[in-house]
Design a protein around this ligand. Structure first.
Ligand SMILES: *Cc1c(COP(=O)(O)O)cnc(C)c1O
Length: 427
């Protein structure tokens, strides 16, 4: 496989951009080798600058659930661009997207649109603190909630694979307000809540963890957290930036029947353009400026192009059979991977919720950060490159999800599984 143009661009990029990339995991550090520079994408396929084609299972880290350059999304964005790209004044589009989100997530009684998941989480936590008049927050090891200061404690994939436990540049004074517990460990949460009585503003989590690889919630974990937070007047925040409109139209909260106080969205709701959203109970959200005193603003918030891509994406996702189709494809993918690994004698532990899944290179079950870390990441790196060489683009880290889109055909999944068979045998 020829990669000279990618190599040259990477060289050029590194002169100017830290690590040659604008987001760390793109640099392939944890699997070794050089990133591929992408020139275009269509459906399930990525095309790189050297003319190579890949079946893509990263999907821009989740947003491209309809596949790349979905015709209805592109047509809508083209039309919107012709009407102007930003006004700094409200539009009907923002109201329409907020209505679609609330229809899917009834717990989001009021919604604010922003430009990234990071920004949405940061703002949700600000309003949680404003509402409860408390400073301390609790998050889980291996959950990622964007790169804002006090959330960079034990934050999963990007940091994990770089080996940075906490980031320099985050004042201890900030990080000391963040407690961390092991995912799926309700006992540990109870102890922390007891030790910090009356001081916790919120508990935030990915209701299905996606940033340490996919780790589903243990039975009752979410409902136990709900009970505990209600008993102690602590707000429960679901970070559904990945799971929202991914595992079901109504996200993980509709799947598990647990209602948080606040929800954070991103990724899919922007259809591949930058959008984030946070929302929840009316009396909490009414504290946000200009209704209330908790300040939050954004020059490009609710940007008309981004919101248009979001509306077009959600409109497609509302169609009949979308999620059953995704489920069938993902189930076939996971089953095939399991069979291929078994045949080659490679121990694999697979996790999956709908169209997000991970094949961990370990024989032991995974339930939290400590157990996922037992995976053989060296072996994953070799597997990753064997797949890449056969035109299959997986995430360049063991601790990420495989995502499927409505554009992945059965033939492409079969091709991927044949490649996986060969890759497993060669390990
Ligand atoms: C991606 C992600 C974020 C951050 O979103 P950005 O748009 O990258 O800022 C937050 N939370 C979760 C769960 C994510 O997966």
């Amino acid at each position: 496989m020829k990669t000279t143009r990618s190599a040259k661009l990477f060289e050029r990029g590194q002169q100017l951009i830290p690590g040659g990339v604008n987001s760390p995991v793109r640099a392939f550090r944890s699997v070794g080798g050089q990133p591929r520079f992408i020139s275009r994408a269509k459906g399930s396929r990525l095309y790189d600058v050297d003319g190579n084609t890949y079946i893509d299972y990263v999907l821009s880290w989740g947003p491209m659930i309809l596949g790349h350059a979905a015709p209805s999304v592109i047509a809508a964005v083209r039309k919107a661009a012709g009407r102007g790209t930003s006004f700094g004044a409200p539009t009907e589009l923002e109201v329409s997207l907020a209505e679609m989100i609330r229809e899917a997530f009834p717990s989001m009684e009021k919604i604010r649109l922003v430009s990234s998941g990071t920004e949405a989480v940061m703002s949700a936590i600000r309003v949680a603190r404003g509402f409860t008049k408390r400073d301390t927050i609790l998050k889980f090891e291996g959950c990622y909630h964007g790169h804002s200061d006090y959330l960079l404690a034990k934050a999963g994939s990007g940091l994990a694979t770089l080996g940075i436990p906490d980031s320099p540049g985050v004042p201890e004074d900030f990080a000391k307000h963040t407690l961390t517990a092991p995912y799926n460990d309700i006992g540990a949460v109870r102890r922390l809540v007891d030790n910090h009585r009356g001081r916790l503003a919120c508990i935030i989590l990915e209701p299905i963890a996606g940033n340490m690889g996919v780790v589903p919630p243990a039975p009752d974990f979410l409902s136990d957290l709900r009970k505990l937070t209600l008993e102690h007047d602590i707000l429960l925040i679901f970070d559904e930036v990945i799971t929202g409109f991914r595992v079901a139209y109504g996200g993980a909260q509709s799947l598990y029947g647990v209602t948080p106080d606040l929800t954070v969205l991103g990724k899919i709701i922007g259809g591949g353009l930058p959008v984030g959203a946070y929302g929840g109970r009316r009396e909490i959200m009414d504290l946000i400026a200009p209704s209330g005193p908790v300040y939050q603003a954004g020059t490009l918030s609710g940007n008309p192009l981004a919101v248009t891509a979001g509306i077009a994406t959600l409109t497609k996702l509302k169609g009949r059979g979308v999620y059953t189709g995704l489920e069938a494809r993902a189930a076939a993918f996971a089953k095939g991977m399991g069979a291929a690994a078994k045949k080659a004698g490679i121990p694999l532990t697979q996790t999956r919720v709908g169209s997000m899944l991970t094949s961990f290179f370990t024989a032991s079950p995974v339930r939290d950060w400590t157990t996922v870390k037992q995976s053989d990441t060296q072996r994953y790196g070799r597997f990753f490159h064997k797949m890449l060489d056969q035109g299959i683009y997986l995430a360049p880290s063991q601790f990420e999800a495989v995502f499927l889109s409505t554009a992945h055909s059965s033939a492409e999944i079969d091709k991927t599984l044949r490649a996986a068979s060969a890759a497993f045998k060669s390990l």
